[in-house]
Design a protein around this ligand. Structure first.
Ligand SMILES: Cc1cc2nc3c(=O)[nH]c(=O)nc-3n(C[C@H](O)[C@H](O)[C@H](O)COP(=O)(O)OP(=O)(O)OC[C@H]3O[C@@H](n4cnc5c(N)ncnc54)[C@H](O)[C@@H]3O)c2cc1C
Length: 413
């Protein structure tokens, strides 16, 4: 079968890219070994982080590093056996997190994050997915005066420099918004711009149905069968080979191993994360997305119940789940809010595809003509799906991109 473009990977990034290519009149075949949206894009926290101009930097403060070194926290853990393999990545991550380099990264990132809501808005309307969206922002809960003062200062800076919407609340104001909180807080930042999604998997499915309405095709197949063919690309699927002039790699956390087979040595790693879902309590439910900032976990009132998501686990992509962060976070969460019984039989595990410089990779493959990359969105893949999809489709079609795409090119490494 012939196509104009093959998109490998049907997570939020691949589906959004496929939509934008199809909208531009390309004949698109989307290929995945699983149905759309069943991997990392399935179980995230549902935040469209318009405020997320500051990507997660590596801590450069020695006392913080020592605390993480003990490996007892809920927000970041690591597999000791994985550390030797991770050192090159972590060293570069640390290097890029230097305040001067970090400021440049923030400036490059801001326009992409700035487009997150408008680009989702476009696709949500087209995909008739408004019922999945809550437009009330999210709350960053601050237990100590120190965390409150630091977070208020950062919120003020983001408001001033990037026009991010926020309200700085004291403990009582926050308690009035979420009456069943059982901890006295020093304050909270209400990030007012972000939207939240009450079923992230359903959103990918809705976007995917819209892609099909545009005439897009989906095939089950293994991306590792991709080969150069007649100036373009060919991949084997369950329905036979598909050939196309261009191919896009959107394999999320599997993009690292995949591009290594093609000879690339990109500084990629995975930041694994877990979720568990709980019943809402009797009576007054959890109303808002709340991040318990200092312990480092999030509670989200999703369609099926309260979803607790964890911070980062540094561990190899394919090693078995070790959900200690769920146990630790659940203990703290039960002291904050009366979450009900567990709903899921076991914790869900996903792997955020992360780059050392905290920027996604979006653009041409440096050494393979007609091959394109769109991966490495780490903590912000849901946020950036539609903006990335538009950007890569514009680049693949030779259009002038809507923002400067140079900082996201793979050949920056
Ligand atoms: C706990 C947690 C909470 C998060 N919360 C948020 C949040 O609130 N907001 C936010 O913006 N982001 C969040 N994220 C990050 C976000 O979920 C990811 O950045 C995003 O889902 C990555 O999307 P993707 O399309 O790149 O990858 P994926 O969704 O993993 O898609 C990759 C696809 O490639 C396919 N694939 C892989 N290998 C092959 C192969 N050989 N052949 C065929 N197909 C293959 C897979 O089946 C998969 O469907 C969170 C992540 C985690 C883990």
């Amino acid at each position: 079968m012939k196509s104009d473009c093959i998109v490998l990977g049907a997570g939020i990034i691949g589906v959004c890219a496929a939509i934008h290519l199809a909208r531009r009149g390309h004949d698109v075949t989307l290929v995945d070994r699983r149905p759309p949206g069943e991997e990392t894009s399935f179980g995230n926290a549902g935040l469209i982080q318009r405020e997320g101009v500051h990507p997660r930097a590596f801590p450069r403060n020695l006392s913080k590093l020592l605390v993480y070194g003990f490996n007892q926290r809920a927000d970041m853990v690591y597999h000791l056996s994985a550390l030797p393999g991770l050192v090159p990545f972590l060293a570069r991550y640390w290097w890029y997190s230097h305040p001067r380099r970090y400021q440049e990264i923030v400036r490059a990132y801001a326009p992409l994050i700035g487009a997150s809501i408008t680009e989702h808005n476009d696709l949500i309307a087209a995909a008739d997915a408004a019922s999945l969206v809550v437009k009330e922002g999210w709350y960053q809960l601050l237990r100590s005066p120190k965390a409150r003062d630091e977070s208020f200062a950062e919120a003020d800076l983001l408001a001033k420099e990037f026009g991010v919407g926020r309200e700085n609340l004291d403990g009582q104001q926050m308690a009035a918004r979420e009456p069943r909180l059982t901890v006295d807080l020093a304050g909270a930042v209400h990030w007012t711009d972000p939207w939240t999604i009450n079923d992230p998997h359903a959103l990918v499915e809705a976007y995917f149905r819209y892609f099909q309405q545009l005439g897009g095709r989906f095939k089950h197949g293994d991306a590792t069968t991709l080969t150069a063919s007649g100036g373009g690309w060919r991949v084997d699927t369950e329905d036979g080979p598909v050939e196309a002039a261009q191919a896009l790699i959107a394999l999320g956390p599997w993009s690292g191993p995949f591009t290594r087979r093609l000879g690339y040595r990109l500084p990629l790693a995975v930041k694994r994360g877990y979720h568990m879902q709980y019943r809402q309590p009797e009576g007054e439910p959890l109303r808002h997305w709340i991040l318990d900032w200092e312990p480092g976990y999030l509670l989200a009132p999703m369609a099926r119940g309260i979803r607790l998501t964890t911070g980062v686990e540094f561990a190899p992509l394919d090693t078995p789940a070790t959900p200690v962060q769920i146990e630790r976070a659940e203990t703290v969460a039960r002291q904050l809010f009366p979450i009900g019984q567990r709903i899921d039989p076991k914790p869900w595990l996903g792997s955020r595809p992360a780059t050392a410089d905290m920027l996604p990779i979006i653009g041409p493959a440096p050494r393979h003509p007609a091959l394109w990359f769109a991966f490495g969105h780490a903590h912000h893949g849901l946020t950036l799906g539609p903006a990335t999809g538009r950007l890569i489709a514009e680049l693949m079609g030779g259009e002038t991109p809507f923002i400067n795409a140079t900082p996201f090119r793979a050949d920056r490494f």
